[in-house]
Design a protein around this ligand. Structure first.
Ligand SMILES: Cc1cc2nc3c(=O)[nH]c(=O)nc-3n(C[C@H](O)[C@H](O)[C@H](O)COP(=O)(O)OP(=O)(O)OC[C@H]3O[C@@H](n4cnc5c(N)ncnc54)[C@H](O)[C@@H]3O)c2cc1C
Length: 421
């Protein structure tokens, strides 16, 4: 016999919590299922992880950041603490340790969930399981036996990876941060590039994320990207580590990290790399120029003097196109993730695997999503954007409950919670 629950939210990261809170505001009874623990994705990050965006971005509905350092970068345990505290502010109906193995349609607009605690029947389902769940490795050939490889998710600290030189493949935010940490821990590090933008950490003592938030950069919709595949592009190279500082190809090169082009192939113990590092640096520099124009164009109208975004000088390098894998102690793939919604047995995702929605409402009746990258706007899957989306989703869930559901009609909700930026 299936347990029947009117509305099931799946996943207890910030998206699931914000949706739960906003469903409560709308008077919708619900249960939130989590395969592990509250804020598990943040718990799973490496030991020294710090918030990349400034602290003020911990801004979920009803609980803005209340600390003393809005422009700083808290360590991961404080992010987890913020989410645990958030969860307790309205006694969220969370069931931890319950994984949903599959979700399928049953009897028209109802759903059947196969969970580790048995089947559940639901009228509405809100999927909040995180945008990117499947680690992606470039199809460049198999590593030879004896050369261990891990994905970013498995990395915890320099002491936890095999001794020897390290080859990091992928130079987005995570790749640069791990390369820096490993180099500072005394490892010889090779970093193979992907294409990523970079930004100075601060301009005129204000975080660049804060400047960009002021000009609405994070409110850009999906069609601001050259193509939908732009959702798979890496986040800007930067870091919140040690108080936050610049971190990109130039700083890593100055440090002593050996920069390589794109991984071309692996043949036995020989890894070869394209001589395209210059093009990669030029790509990141071009994004900086775009941001410079955006800030210069938009900030004066808002009463701010636009900060000077420095123009990067020429980038010189001696191409290294081959690495002998006999010398490498571990390969770390930081080449990103792909969406992971295959356990939903319904045709509700696009060719890239992202859910198709209108502000979180799937064309499939009763199915909703939240916490999806660019679901509505650029910040949809962030700590400072998901709240607005959650409010819209909750309102849609509430109004989707037609007569005969046997539930109290949802009260008219107040306008969505405000969020800085
Ligand atoms: C390295 C990294 C750094 C980031 N830094 C920042 C930052 O500085 N600032 C910022 O705003 N954003 C940042 N983000 C982006 C985003 O805020 C995080 O990815 C955040 O964890 C997303 O929250 P979420 O609730 O959407 O998903 P998640 O936090 O991934 O939560 C999903 C939850 O669903 C659970 N789950 C998954 N599948 C199932 C299932 N089938 N059944 C039951 N439970 C399930 C998971 O266990 C998990 O707890 C970062 C992302 C990454 C990867």
């Amino acid at each position: 016999m299936s347990e029947h629950i009117d509305t099931v939210v799946i996943g207890v990261g910030q998206a699931g919590l914000a949706v739960s809170r906003e469903l409560g505001v709308c008077g919708v009874e619900h249960v939130v299922l989590e395969r592990a623990r509250v804020a598990q994705a943040w718990r799973d990050r490496w030991d020294s992880f710090t918030l990349v965006t400034p602290n003020w971005t911990m801004d979920l509905p009803g609980t803005p950041y209340a600390g003393q350092d809005p422009e700083g970068h808290v360590p991961c345990d404080e992010i987890v603490g913020y989410l645990e505290n958030y969860c307790s502010t309205w006694d969220a109906p969370v069931r931890e340790g319950v994984a949903v193995n599959s979700l399928r349609a049953a009897n028209g607009s109802s759903f059947e969930l196969d969970t580790t605690l048995g089947p559940i029947a639901a009228h509405n389902v809100v999927v909040c399981t995180g945008s990117f769940r499947i680690p992606f490795r470039p199809p460049a050939g198999e590593l030879p036996p004896g050369v261990p490889a891990i994905d970013a998710l498995e990395y915890r600290s320099p002491a936890g990876v095999p001794a020897g030189k390290v080859l990091v493949i992928g130079s987005g935010q995570t790749g640069c941060q791990l390369a820096e940490e490993l180099f500072l821990a005394g490892r010889e590090v090779f970093l193979s590039r992907g294409r990523a933008p970079w930004m100075p950490r601060r301009l005129d003592d204000v975080d660049t994320f804060t400047w960009l938030a002021r000009v609405g950069f994070f409110d850009q919709p999906l069609n601001a990207l050259p193509s939908p595949a732009g959702r798979l592009l890496a986040n800007p190279q930067t870091t919140g580590a040690a108080g936050g500082h610049d971190l990109h190809f130039r700083t890593l090169q100055r440090l002593g990290v050996v920069l390589l082009g794109r991984l071309a192939g692996i043949d036995g113990h020989r890894a070869s790399f394209v001589d395209d590092l210059g093009a990669s640096v030029a790509f990141g520099d071009a994004r900086c120029v775009e941001w410079r124009a955006l800030l210069a164009g938009e900030l004066p109208a808002q009463g701010y003097a636009a900060p000077e975004l420095p123009i990067a000088g020429p980038f010189h390098y001696d191409p290294v196109t081959e690495v002998d894998l006999h010398d490498i102690g571990v390969v770390i793939y930081t080449t990103g993730f792909r969406p992971g919604y295959r356990w939903i047995e319904l045709p509700v995702c696009d060719d890239l695997g992202f859910p198709i929605t209108d502000s979180g409402t799937s064309p499939h009746p009763g199915l909703f999503f939240c916490g999806v990258h660019f679901m509505r706007v650029r910040r949809s899957a962030t700590l400072f954007g998901v709240g607005l989306d959650a409010a819209l989703v909750a309102t849609s869930v509430a109004s989707s409950r037609g007569p005969g559901s046997g539930l109290t009609p949802a009260p008219r909700r107040k306008s969505p919670s405000s969020s800085r930026g």
